[in-house]
Design a protein around this ligand. Structure first.
Ligand SMILES: Cc1cc2nc3c(=O)[nH]c(=O)nc-3n(C[C@H](O)[C@H](O)[C@H](O)COP(=O)(O)OP(=O)(O)OC[C@H]3O[C@@H](n4cnc5c(N)ncnc54)[C@H](O)[C@@H]3O)c2cc1C
Length: 474
């Protein structure tokens, strides 16, 4: 036992801490701090004993961003209090372990929604800032960091930094996006956005090729609140990049006669059963038989064809539209006994069509096709480890099995080169495969140097290290 602290980490009974994609785990001592004092003690202990710490929010990063083999994982779940809310301006003050789910469930009945959400509601605000998450409206509003008013940040050197864009722009744009490697977000003030209905108008648009997909996004993004495209990665030849777009728009003030009634939680929460019968938690079992190349080719084909059956706009609740993937809890289990990775590519507008065609064809040629591919539009931002570009991204889910792992990793390395030559980017929240030399080229040696200098100042013993940090930076 260290005499200066009540904390003791013998590492004799480490827990298995798994990456969301199940493709990696660490054996770590898991500690759940409940107060700033406990985080200070944790830092002190790690500094004294040269132990590494990695923060973990909801553990929703697909790869090794929130695991720390043979070190401490500081699980921020107990930092889960909503501290205050100013109804008149929509500013919420929260501890960093508060989840997106907690925020929207708290805010919607008051007529507010988050400015940016991920495709799942389980990330915490600390994890969301660690990665600087984006939503289906990234082209319009940028990443979550742009909507943060201020935060308190505790560093391993013991400094508590109150940070806002106005007070210190450089630190603000560096702490956000630095994947937990400089310090800990303690509490955060976030500006929510006003809504005037519990529903959005959703327009489905089937598209027959990547050219049509890009054309639609280009012509409509300025007049849309949200746009997301699903890509049938099995589509080939002239139909490469075919898929289905969902455009969604908020209703304007006084447009919805059922407001605020339809903002009530019972009208928003995702149903517990499909067709009122099948418990959602069983759904992945129904999908399981399709979890192979043939099955997924079929599922993607049927989804694509069904897209043409009804193209009429409809109304959908905010949570339903935003968190589609949460509809099927544990859907990732369809990849068992293997696991999955997501490989999300970002390409500048001018290289999108050719680059994505090259990527999709290469996957088909290698016989490893993404089972689920999602297309979004983005805009550039100034954050230190920005993943965004003025262009488009495609997030591709791949199954990982014992027999395909080596081939899949080699395919990713080949795709890395395509992204590099097209001035593209990657997103660390989704990454499992990036190598140091590629990360340096993608994020730039200046960003890596800045991170290292900030670490030298605020974390001189480099106690904040995740498995990802060691893989791509150290
Ligand atoms: C189904 C699914 C859909 C997704 N869709 C999207 C999407 O549409 N857009 C998008 O951008 N992302 C998306 N993601 C990725 C997800 O939003 C990010 O990985 C996010 O960072 C997860 O937050 P978390 O709380 O789970 O953080 P974790 O995954 O636990 O941690 C993420 C990083 O933040 C650091 N961290 C955590 N808490 C703190 C803290 N308090 N202080 C400092 N650092 C901290 C960790 O060390 C780690 O480096 C999706 C993930 C899943 C599983």
């Amino acid at each position: 036992m260290n005499q200066n602290t009540s904390i003791y980490f013998p590492l004799t009974n480490p827990e298995k801490v798994e990456a969301w994609g199940m493709n990696h785990y660490s054996l770590s001592q898991v500690f759940k701090p409940k107060s700033e004092k406990e985080i200070r003690e944790l830092f002190h202990y790690a500094n004294q004993n040269k132990i590494k710490i990695c923060f973990r929010g909801g553990g929703c990063s697909y790869g090794d961003a929130a695991t720390n083999n043979l070190g401490i994982v500081a699980d921020m779940k107990e930092f889960n209090k909503i501290l205050s809310f100013d109804d008149s301006i929509g500013v919420i003050h929260i501890e960093s372990g508060v989840t997106i789910k907690q925020i929207w469930e708290f805010a919607i009945e008051k007529g507010y929604w988050l400015p940016v959400v991920s495709g799942t509601m389980f990330p915490t605000i600390g994890g969301a800032l660690g990665m600087n998450i984006h939503g289906k409206n990234n082209f319009g509003v940028g990443p979550i960091g742009e909507h943060i008013i201020e935060f308190n940040f505790l560093t391993p050197s013991g400094e508590k930094i109150f940070c806002s864009k106005e007070k210190d722009k450089e630190l603000f744009y560096s702490f956000i996006s630095s994947f937990g490697s400089i310090g800990c977000f303690l509490d955060v003030k976030l500006k929510l956005k006003k809504i005037y209905s519990g529903k959005m108008k959703v327009t489905p648009v089937p598209v027959k090729s990547i050219e049509e997909m890009v054309k639609y996004f280009k012509e409509n993004y300025e007049s849309s609140d949200y746009l997301v495209g699903w890509v049938d990665a099995f589509g080939s030849g002239k139909e490469i990049g075919r898929g289905l777009i969902h455009k969604a728009d908020n209703l304007k003030k006084d447009e919805d006669k059922n407001f605020p009634e339809n903002c009530k939680l019972e009208n928003q929460i995702l149903p517990k059963r499909f067709f009122g019968l099948v418990p959602k938690s069983w759904m992945w079992l129904f999908l399981f038989p399709f979890s192979n190349n043939l099955g997924m080719r079929f599922v993607n084909f049927v989804k694509y064809k069904m897209g043409f059956i009804s193209v009429k706009p409809y109304f959908q609740g905010h949570a339903e539209y935003a968190f589609l993937l949460d509809y099927v809890p544990n859907w990732k289990f369809i990849y068992k006994p293997g696991s999955m990775i997501q490989y999300q590519i970002f390409l500048p507008e001018e290289n999108t069509i050719s680059g994505m065609k090259e990527i999709l064809s290469l996957c088909q040629k290698k016989g490893i096709v993404s089972y689920l591919a999602v297309f979004k539009r983005h805009k550039k931002d100034e954050f230190l480890f920005s993943h965004s570009v003025n262009g488009y991204s495609m997030a591709m889910d791949f199954p990982v099995t014992k027999s395909n792992k080596e081939k899949l990793w080699n395919l990713c390395y080949e795709m890395d080169e395509i992204i590099l030559k097209n001035n593209g980017k990657f997103y660390l929240a989704k990454d499992s495969v990036l190598r140091k030399n590629i990360a340096e080229k993608i994020f730039g040696s200046k960003a890596i140097q800045t991170l290292k200098s900030l670490k030298a100042k605020y974390d001189p013993n480099s106690i904040l290290e995740s498995d990802m940090y060691r893989r791509i930076i150290k």
